[in-house]
Ligand binder design. Structure first.
Ligand SMILES: CC(C)(COP(=O)(O)OP(=O)(O)OC[C@H]1O[C@@H](n2cnc3c(N)ncnc32)[C@H](O)[C@@H]1OP(=O)(O)O)[C@@H](O)C(=O)NCCC(=O)NCCS
Length: 256
């Protein structure tokens, strides 16, 4: 599909030179748009509450009271706020959902996955759900969804300095990832990590990204290498929750 992306220069009454936090995406259909130009104006009705706040309050009171809630399957509020969804032709990076717990358990219970990254295999769907609600709930962790099936098949994200095990600066972050074993060797991790790198540099404005891996897990080093990370030669230690002790790691680095 051909798509045109542009920063709208004349959205409603916004000054043309203002930087805006959104863009327009428009499918290019031959002969559809032509040379037409226009200014998008939200309908007048959108502003009734601003123009007549008192009348609006009275009108609101005529409705039964409703509580705001967030249901399973719905994207968490921060997803809408921070526009966290990114995609390639075959992957969608999106926030984790409660409803992903079974798929997460299926893949994260495999003993060949977590221990390579220093965490123990998941033991139950309940544990996976809890991890979704805690470890994966922040705005810096994405589920890697395989578009063909709609299933989450991995996790990718970054850790800011405040929670990284590496001693890094405030304008730096550490990347992390894993992919379900049936999907290894298809460049999926490299593709997903590349999206997160672009996000970290262009949206979060980090200047340097770091990553580390256990020397006995060279595939992880290879993923970072394919994304442009360089071996720093630094060897430090990081907690390995599986063996319950710090273990040596190799440290890689990518400058903006
Ligand atoms: C590491 C991991 C994320 C890679 O995912 P993936 O989608 O298979 O990665 P990619 O296909 O993008 O790239 C993997 C690269 O490593 C290479 N590789 C695989 N096994 C390797 C090995 N034993 N030695 C060296 N390179 C290896 C692959 O050939 C591939 O490189 P290529 O494309 O040049 O052939 C996945 O194996 C995984 O989840 N492992 C367990 C968790 C983990 O290690 N997380 C990282 C913790 S630091």
């Amino acid at each position: 599909m051909n798509i045109r992306l542009e920063q709208p220069e004349d959205y409603h009454e916004m000054p043309k030179d203002d930087e805006v936090p959104f863009f327009l995406a428009q499918e290019l259909i031959p002969c559809y748009w032509g040379n037409r130009e226009g200014t998008y104006c939200p309908p007048k009705g959108y502003f009734v509450a601003d123009e007549n706040p008192e009348d609006f309050d009275e009108y609101e009171k005529t409705f039964p009271k409703k509580a705001m809630s967030y249901n399973e399957g719905q994207l968490p509020p921060f997803a809408a706020k921070t526009k966290l969804i990114m995609q390639t032709a075959r992957l969608t990076l999106r926030p984790w959902l409660d409803s992903d717990a079974e798929a997460l358990f299926k893949y994260a219970s495999n003993p060949d996955v977590g221990p390579r990254a220093g965490w123990p295999p998941h033991k139950s769907v309940e544990e996976s759900r809890e991890i979704i609600r805690t470890v994966f709930s922040g705005e810096s962790m994405w589920a890697v969804e395989w578009k063909e099936t709609g299933e989450p098949i991995g996790c990718v994200g970054y850790l800011p300095a405040s929670v990284s095990n590496l001693r890094i600066k405030d304008d730096e972050a550490e990347v992390g990832y894993w992919i379900a074993k049936p999907y290894w060797g298809k460049s999926i991790c490299t593709e997903a990590l590349q999206l997160v790198i672009d996000y970290c540099f262009n949206v979060k404005n980090f200047n340097t990204l770091w990553g580390d891996y256990f020397p006995e897990n060279p595939a992880s080093g290879k993923v970072m290498e394919k994304c442009g990370f360089k071996d720093t030669g630094i060897e430090t230690v990081c907690p390995n929750l599986v063996v319950g002790a710090d273990r040596p790691v190799k440290v890689m680095k990518l400058e903006k």
